[in-house]
Design a protein around this ligand. Structure first.
Ligand SMILES: [Fe+2]
Length: 146
């Protein structure tokens, strides 16, 4: 798995040390700011693109969780589902002309996202590290017993 060069302890809170996740999270944080700066008409048209990006990010993480198959990831997946549900709800309000609700949803998302990355996503990365370490130890043990 590709890793970023930045140490996990350094840099911003949303750096986890897995390049694909860090890139996706950085793009999303930038997209929140970009979307909010758009005039209403463009905000309305670009909102679904942002939701699609978030769905891709969540799917990427959930695929990692499924590989690890740990029951503790249920809470993480539930958070993803609740956020997507709220964003889809805001999308239907947007389609009916409630731009402010859409903007508020993005504002709340931008506040929530770094916290989610620093807690749930970080726990996922730690589990990946632990799992890789276990595999490495098993490989070492089987090599030494031969
Ligand atoms: Fe997540």
């Amino acid at each position: 798995m590709e890793t970023t060069e930045t140490p996990r302890s350094g840099g911003m809170a949303y750096r986890l040390g897995i390049a694909a996740l860090d890139r996706s999270h950085r793009e999303l944080m930038d997209a929140f700011v970009t979307l909010q700066a758009l005039p209403d008409e463009q905000f309305l048209h670009r909102y679904p693109d942002l939701v699609a990006k978030i769905e891709r990010d969540f799917r990427q993480e959930e695929a990692m969780m499924e590989k690890l198959d740990l029951p503790s990831f249920q809470t993480h997946m539930e958070q993803h589902a609740r956020v997507l549900n709220a964003l889809h709800h805001a999308a239907s309000s947007l389609m009916q002309g409630d731009i402010e609700l859409g903007r508020r949803a993005i504002m709340l998302l931008a506040d929530w996202f770094p916290y989610h990355i620093d807690t749930m996503d970080r726990r996922l990365v730690m589990a990946i590290d632990t799992s890789a370490a276990r595999r490495h130890l098993r490989t070492d043990n089987s090599e030494s017993s031969d």
